[in-house]
Design a binder for this molecule. Structure first.
Ligand code: BGC
Length: 789
C-alpha cells in the first residue's frame, strides 16, 4: 500500500461487508458500496446504492405496535455482472477457489480496482480485473470495466449483466423485523441490445427512479426480457494469454433532480451521450485532482494515510455536487443503512471542516436546515413551545424521525427510545451557522437565512428556560444530553434530565450570539425580521437575561453532566470490564442484566467535555464568566479527569472529542484517543457497525482535529487566530484553506515553525493572530513564524 491506496488482500467472507463500506464509491449525489458485481445480497455480501436525500416512509408492526420509519432507500443495484465458462457454474468467491483476490481503492483518482484469479481446475485460471468509478465530474454516471484473461486454456466465457430492481433495505440485522420493501412498479426494457433501462418508484414518497445501462464489448450483446428483469448477454471467445474487455456504463436519475423532464428519459439520454470508459476515467480523474487541491491535507506516515481515506469518504458523501441538492449530513455517509440515512447533530463535526474548503457545500447543508425551519417551529408549537425545535433525527421534510422503540440485540427486547429529547441539536445548527459565516464572510446568508435560523433557535431556548427562585437561576428541564445513555432519573416516571451542562452552556451561547447578531443587522433587515417574527425589545432583553443566568450544576468541584449526576451510583468499571471485555455499549449490557445505565455515573460519550471541543479555552472561560460561574484551568482539568474515568466510548465521536480536548490540555493520553478516532472505521472499533455505514462525523472530525484542533485555528472578528498545541505523534503537517475569498491559503507546521502562504490575488491581506502577536500576510506573500515553546 502507498500513501494513496487502500488495499485488501485475500478474500475474508467475515470482513466482506466492512470492506464494502470502506470501498464505497460516491460523488455526493449517489454512492455504491464496494460489493462484488457477481454477488447479490446474502449473509456475506450487501450491495447498496443510495442517492443523497432519497427517503421513503413505511409502517411496520413490532412488539404489537405500529412503528413508522423513514429510510434512505436502497436503489436498484447497477453493478450485477456475472460470468461463467459456457455451461459451467456462475463464478463467485463462494463457488470457485481463488488463487488471488485483491481490492484496491485508488484514493487519488477515486477508482476501485479488483483483481481475482479463479482456479477452474486442470491448470485453467480465469483472471478478472475490474475498475469502477462513481463519476465525480458527472454525478449521474457510474462505470465498471471488466477485463477477463484466460491462463492455461482457451474457451467461451458467458457474461451476463443486469440492473437489479429486486433489492430491499436489509443491510442492518437489527432492522429486519421492519418492512424494507421501498421500491414498487419496477419495470425494465430495452433501447438497443447494448442499452437497457429500469424504472421504479418509491412506495410512499413517490420518487421516480430511472436507470440506464450500456454494455459494450467486442462480442455481440443480446438481450433477454423477462420483466422486471432484462439481462444482457455476451459470449466472449477467450484465447490463452489474451484479455477481453466488457464495459458497463450506467446513468441514474430521480424525479428529485433539477433540469430533467422525467428520470428515465434523462438516464437513457445521458448514458447514450456518455464517453468511452477511457474518456470517463480521464474526466473523473480531473475532477478528483481538483478536489484534492481544494482540500489538500499533508500529514506524514500512517496517520496521514488514514486521514486521506477519511477525507476521501467525506468528499464522496459531501462533494461540490451536494451544493445543488436539498440534503443534510447523513451520519453514516451514503455507505450503508445504519441510522436509516438520517441527519443528526453530527454536522457539528463536519461543517467546520468543510467551511474552510467548500463553503458552498456548507451553505447548502445549512439551507437544508433553513428549509425545515418552519417545520421545526411547528414541532415546537405542537409541544407548547416557542421558536424552532429541530428534530434529533431528520430526513425528508424535517419532522422528528427518531424511532419510538429500539431493539437491544443483547436482550432481544424492544425498548422505548427517548433520544429525541436531545434538543441540543438546535445549538449545533446555530453554531454551524455562525462558524460558516465567520469562515466564509458570507454576510448575505448571515443577515437573512442565518439570522432567521439563529433567532428561532434562541427563541426556543429562551422559552424552554424556567426561573427557579431557590437557585436564583434559569433552568432547562426534561432534556437528554449528548451522552444518550442517560434518558431519565432512576425510578422517575417521566423521561428527561434537568440542566444538562452542555445544553445550558450552548443555549447561553446561542442566546448571546443571536442577540449580538440582531443588534448588528442593517436596520432595514432588522425591521423586516422583527415584522415577520414578532420579535421585540422585550424578547431581546429576556435573551440577554437568560444567557447570563442559566444554571450550570457542579458537584465535587467538577461541572456536573446534569443536575444530580453526582448522586448516581459509581459503576464497578473493573468488574464489568472483566466480565464483558468490551463494554462500549454498557447501556445494552446493563439492560440485558435487568438493570439500567440511568442509575450510574457512566457516560456513553463526551458530554460536558464537548464544551472543550466547541470553544477555545479563552472563549469557554468567557462564557462561564458571563454566566457568573468560575471556570479556571484547575476546575476544567479536574472535570476532564472526572469524566475520562466514567465514559465507555460507545460512540466513535467520543474518542475524537477526548483526543481533541486532551491535546488542548497538553495531556499525554491525547494520542491514545486520537488513535482510537483514526482507527474507528478502519478497525471497526465499535464492533460490526462500520459494515452498516461509515461514521462520517468521526471521519471529518479527525481532519478537523489537525485543521483546527492542533493549530487552534479560529476564524473570528475578521482574523485568523492560531494557537498551536504540540502532539508529538502528529508534529508535522500542512493543509490549504479557503478563507473569506482567499483560495489556497497554505499553512505548514514543522519543528516549531509555522509557514503561511497566501496566493496572489486582489483580495485584502489576511490578519493572523497568534498569542501575543499579530501579523498581516499580503496576497502573494509567505511568512515564517517561530512559535513559542
Ligand atoms: C451517538 C450520537 C450520534 C449518532 C449518529 C450515536 O451513537 O451517540 O451522538 O449523533 O450516533 O452518528
Amino acid at each position: 500500500m502507498t500513501g494513496w491506496t487502500w488495499e485488501y488482500e485475500g478474500y475474508e467472507p467475515a470482513d466482506q461487508r466492512l470492506r464494502e463500506s470502506l470501498c464505497t464509491l460516491g460523488n455526493g449525489y449517489f454512492a455504491t458500496r464496494g460489493a462484488l458485481p457477481e454477488c447479490s445480497a446474502d449473509d456475506i455480501h450487501y450491495p447498496g446504492t443510495y442517492v443523497a436525500g432519497c427517503y421513503n416512509r413505511l409502517t411496520s408492526k413490532v412488539s404489537g405496535r405500529q412503528v413508522e420509519n423513514e429510510d434512505m432507500v436502497n436503489l436498484p443495484n447497477w453493478l450485477p455482472l456475472r460470468f461463467r465458462l459456457r455451461d459451467g457454474q456462475w463464478l463467485t468467491p463462494e463457488t470457485a477457489p481463488l488463487l488471488e483476490h485483491r481490492m484496491t481503492l485508488l484514493l487519488d483518482c477515486g477508482v476501485l480496482e479488483r483483481r481475482t484469479r479463479f482456479d477452474l481446475g486442470g491448470g485453467r485460471v480465469l483472471a478478472v480485473r475490474q475498475q469502477r468509478i462513481a463519476h465525480m465530474g458527472d454525478p449521474h454516471l457510474g462505470a465498471l470495466r471488466t477485463e477477463f484473461t484466460a491462463e492455461g486454456f482457451s474457451g467461451e466465457l458467458e457474461v451476463e449483466a443486469l440492473l437489479d430492481g429486486g433489492v430491499t433495505n436489509s443491510g442492518v440485522a437489527r432492522y429486519r423485523d421492519l418492512d424494507g420493501h421501498h421500491l414498487i412498479h419496477v419495470h425494465a426494457g430495452t433501447v438497443t441490445p447494448e442499452t437497457v433501462w429500469l424504472r421504479c418508484r418509491t412506495r410512499t414518497s413517490d420518487i421516480r427512479v430511472g436507470m440506464a445501462s450500456r454494455l459494450t464489448s467486442d462480442a455481440p450483446v443480446t438481450v433477454r426480457n423477462k420483466n422486471p428483469r432484462t439481462t444482457q448477454h455476451a459470449l466472449l471467445d477467450l484465447t490463452d494469454g489474451h484479455t477481453r474487455t466488457v464495459d458497463k456504463t450506467i446513468a441514474l436519475h430521480t424525479s428529485r433532480d433539477p433540469a430533467i423532464s422525467d428520470p428515465l428519459h434523462a438516464a437513457v439520454d445521458r448514458v447514450g451521450r456518455a464517453g468511452t470508459f477511457e474518456e470517463l476515467l480521464a474526466s473523473h480523474r480531473t475532477a478528483w485532482a481538483q478536489l484534492w487541491r481544494r482540500a489538500a491535507l499533508d500529514v506524514a506516515g500512517e496517520p496521514g494515510r488514514i486521514l486521506r481515506l477519511h477525507l476521501f469518504h467525506v468528499l464522496q458523501t459531501l462533494s461540490p455536487h451536494t451544493a445543488d441538492l436539498d440534503v443534510g449530513v447523513p451520519a453514516r455517509g451514503l455507505h450503508g443503512e445504519a441510522y436509516r440515512g438520517h441527519v443528526f447533530w453530527d454536522e457539528l463535526f463536519v461543517l467546520p471542516f468543510l467551511n474552510l474548503h467548500f463553503p458552498e457545500v456548507s451553505r447548502a447543508l445549512l439551507r437544508y436546515r433553513h428549509r425545515r425551519l418552519e417545520r421545526a417551529c411547528v414541532s415546537a408549537q405542537a409541544t407548547g413551545r416557542k421558536g424552532a425545535m429541530f428534530p434529533w433525527q431528520s430526513g425528508s421534510d424535517g419532522r422528528e424521525e427518531t424511532q419510538t422503540l429500539h431493539l437491544n440485540p443483547r436482550s432481544g427486547r424492544w425498548l422505548p427510545d427517548h433520544s429525541r429529547l436531545q434538543f441540543h441539536v438546535g445549538s449545533a445548527i446555530a453554531y454551524n451557522v455562525w462558524q460558516y459565516c465567520e469562515a466564509s464572510g458570507d454576510m448575505e446568508f448571515l443577515h437573512t437565512k442565518g439570522a432567521e435560523t439563529l433567532l428561532q433557535i434562541a427563541r426556543f431556548w429562551a422559552d424552554a428556560a424556567v426561573w427557579d427562585d431557590t437557585l436564583r437561576r434559569h433552568r432547562i428541564k426534561g432534556v437528554v444530553g449528548p451522552d444518550e445513555y442517560h434518558e431519565a432519573y432512576p425510578d422517575a416516571s417521566e423521561p428527561g434530565l434537568d440542566d444538562n451542562a452542555y445544553t445550558n452552556v450552548t443555549a447561553a451561547w446561542v442566546l448571546m450570539r443571536a442577540r449580538e447578531l440582531i443588534d448588528a443587522l442593517p436596520e432595514p433587515r432588522r425591521r423586516e425580521l422583527s415584522e415577520r417574527t414578532g420579535l421585540d425589545r422585550g424578547e431581546l432583553e429576556r435573551w440577554e437575561d437568560v444567557s447570563r443566568t442559566l444554571y450550570v450544576p457542579f458537584h465535587d468541584g467538577v461541572i456536573s453532566q446534569f443536575d444530580g449526576y453526582g448522586a448516581l451510583d459509581e459503576l464497578p468499571w473493573a468488574k464489568y470490564r472483566e466480565r464483558y471485555g468490551d463494554i462500549r455499549r454498557l447501556d445494552r449490557i446493563l439492560e440485558a442484566e435487568g438493570d439500567t445505565v440511568n442509575r450510574y455515573q457512566a457516560s456513553k460519550q463526551a458530554d460536558v467535555l464537548m464544551l472543550g471541543y466547541l470553544y477555545s479555552p479563552a472563549e469557554l472561560r468567557g462564557l462561564f464568566d458571563r454566566l457568573g460561574v468560575r471556570l479556571d484551568d484547575e476546575i476544567w482539568h479536574r472535570t476532564v479527569d472526572y469524566y475520562l474515568h466514567r465514559t465507555s466510548h460507545g460512540s466513535t465521536l467520543s474518542g475524537l472529542v477526548h483526543g481533541w480536548v486532551l491535546a488542548r490540555a497538553r495531556r499525554a493520553e491525547a494520542w491514545e484517543f486520537v488513535q482510537e478516532a483514526l482507527q474507528g472505521d478502519i478497525a471497526d472499533v465499535q464492533g460490526g457497525t462500520t459494515a452498516e455505514g461509515i461514521h462520517l462525523g468521526a471521519m471529518a472530525g479527525t481532519l478537523d482535529l489537525v485543521q483546527r484542533g492542533l493549530t487552534g485555528l479560529e476564524t473570528r472578528d475578521g482574523a485568523l487566530w492560531l494557537d498551536p498545541v504540540p502532539l508529538p505523534e502528529l508534529s508535522s503537517y500542512g493543509f490549504a484553506v479557503r478563507y473569506q475569498g482567499n483560495w489556497g491559503v497554505r499553512l505548514h507546521l514543522e519543528r516549531g515553525e509555522l509557514d503561511i502562504a497566501v496566493p496572489s490575488s486582489d483580495q485584502t491581506p489576511i490578519e493572523v493572530r497568534l498569542p501575543g502577536r499579530t501579523v498581516v500576510v499580503q496576497p502573494g506573500e509567505t511568512r515564517r513564524l517561530v512559535l513559542p515553546d
